[in-house]
Design a protein around this ligand. Structure first.
Ligand code: HAM
Length: 432
């Protein structure tokens, strides 16, 4: 083994087999459900004008103030690798006047996001999200429906014992007096707070609830909670959301400390916690953002959504013993007994692949025995032998690997024989 000259940058990773299979399974299952719930895919750029994120996510958030990968171009414009997809989707929604179409509109986007965070298990600098957004509906039934979709995806993946945490962030009306009340409280306990939290008092006091420092957490137990001072409309909205969740049989835990790290949230916010993960145990989170479209220069249109962290979801599945994918097997392996028959072999291989069979042959001039071992390793269902004898007789040797029975099949009957053996379906892919 050689010492690698280059390694992947800190906080990024190469996703190899079989991990890549589990992640594909997460995406495939999510796509199937997103289709069922009538969402359309939208692909937005992996970088945007920095200003969009500053406006959308909020200048004082950790994401914008510390974690963005920002770079310029020759004209002096500033861009940032997307730390999330919501801002981009909202920008596209406005740019393409999608608000002129009938509401609500439902979009999803799957891909990598970038945050310059301190890497640890479940927290990376490049990570993947399934981001889901619904625009143009302020009704509480929609909050419940979006949360139900999030839980449905996790349920479909087989994840159990998840906790859905729910809170309301209120609106501009109830947040302003609450902010003052909170700042008043924080000033009183300021000496006991960490440096970050002391900074937050000035810039963005609600963020103190994100702090992981035990001393701060202890002091915040007595802090006033927004949930208890919601305005009448926000209170009513929240009550309705809870009722709709109840109707759908969805359990939740009210957690007034759930504030999420993005400034655009209003009213419902939620997160899903996996018991099998450590400190970074939130596998999906989201909320309502009724001012974001307007703040980004669009009409006053309400919205909400969530993002599933694919990396953490995959980790939670792995730790719960959920493979998510089926082991690969091969329909056919063609063995040639003579090196000069490799032209005939590759021709047959090509025909069979065009018929939709997953098929392999040996290119490294292995012995018969070694080719058989390879067929076994690849879990081939059927092995086809092509040798001088077979060619002379116009047949192929065909072995059923499950029963070890072998017979000779005339060239012209091979396809029918294989259809009969493997069943007639559209594709005999790598999963049999
Ligand atoms: P977020 O809470 O920042 O929300 O991220 C959503 C999920 O992405 C997290 O719950 C976590 O699973 C995953 N995640 C976040 N940061 C990392 C990281 N550094 N490494 C690994 N996974 C990570 C948003 O991004 C919002 N845009 C969600 C949303 C959509 N809200 C409304 N619509």
């Amino acid at each position: 083994m050689v010492e690698p000259k280059y390694v992947a940058p800190t906080g990024t990773s190469d996703i190899l087999y079989p991990e890549v299979e589990r992640r594909n399974c997460i995406v495939d299952k999510a796509r199937r459900l997103l289709d069922l719930y009538c969402y359309q895919e939208m692909i937005v750029p992996t970088f945007e004008h920095t200003e969009l994120f500053v406006r959308g996510i909020g200048e004082a958030t950790d994401i914008v103030s510390k974690e963005m990968y920002t770079f310029g171009d020759q004209r002096g414009s500033s861009f940032a690798l997307r730390p999330e997809a919501t801002s981009g989707i909202v920008r596209a929604f406005i740019e393409h006047s999608l608000y002129t179409k009938s509401m609500p509109q439902k979009y999803f986007c799957i891909g990598p996001m970038f945050r310059k965070e301190k890497p640890q298990a479940g927290r990376y600098r490049e990570f993947y999200q399934i981001d889901v957004e619904l625009l143009g509906a302020a009704q509480p039934s929609v909050d419940a429906e979006v949360i139900a979709l999030l839980m449905h995806i996790f349920q479909d993946l087989g994840l159990k014992n998840l906790t859905l945490k729910l809170n309301s962030m209120g609106c501009r009306i109830c947040r302003a007096p609450y902010r003052e009340e909170l700042v008043g409280y924080l000033r009183k306990v300021e000496k006991g707070l960490c440096r970050n939290c002391r900074e937050r008092i000035k810039k963005n006091p609600l963020r103190v609830f994100d702090c992981k420092v035990e001393g701060c957490r202890h002091l915040l137990r007595e802090a006033p909670e927004l949930i208890s001072v919601l305005c009448a409309q926000c209170q009513e909205h929240f009550e309705e959301v809870k009722k709709y969740l109840g109707v759908m049989g969805l359990d939740y835990e009210l957690d007034p400390k759930v504030v999420r790290g993005l400034d655009y949230y209003t009213r419902s916010v939620f997160e899903v916690v996996s018991p099998s993960l450590g400190a970074q145990n939130v596998i999906g989170a989201g909320g309502r953002y009724d001012y974001l479209v307007e703040d980004c220069g669009g009409p006053p249109i309400a919205g909400l959504g969530f993002a599933i962290g694919i990396d953490r979801t995959s980790l939670a599945m792995k730790r719960s013993g959920l493979k998510g994918y089926e082991d690969k097997s091969l329909a056919l392996f063609i063995i040639t007994t003579s090196h000069h028959l490799r032209f005939e072999t590759i021709k047959r291989l090509d025909i069979l692949r065009h018929q939709g069979f997953s098929a392999e042959m040996d290119h490294l001039s292995r012995s018969m025995k070694a080719q058989m071992r390879l067929a076994d390793k690849l879990r081939a269902k059927i092995v086809i032998f092509i040798g001088e004898d077979e060619i002379r007789k116009g047949v192929l040797g065909v072995r059923d690997m499950a029963t070890s029975s072998q017979e000779e099949v005339p060239f012209e009957d091979l396809l029918d024989y294989l259809y009969q053996k493997l069943g007639r379906k559209e594709k005999w892919g790598a999963r049999g």
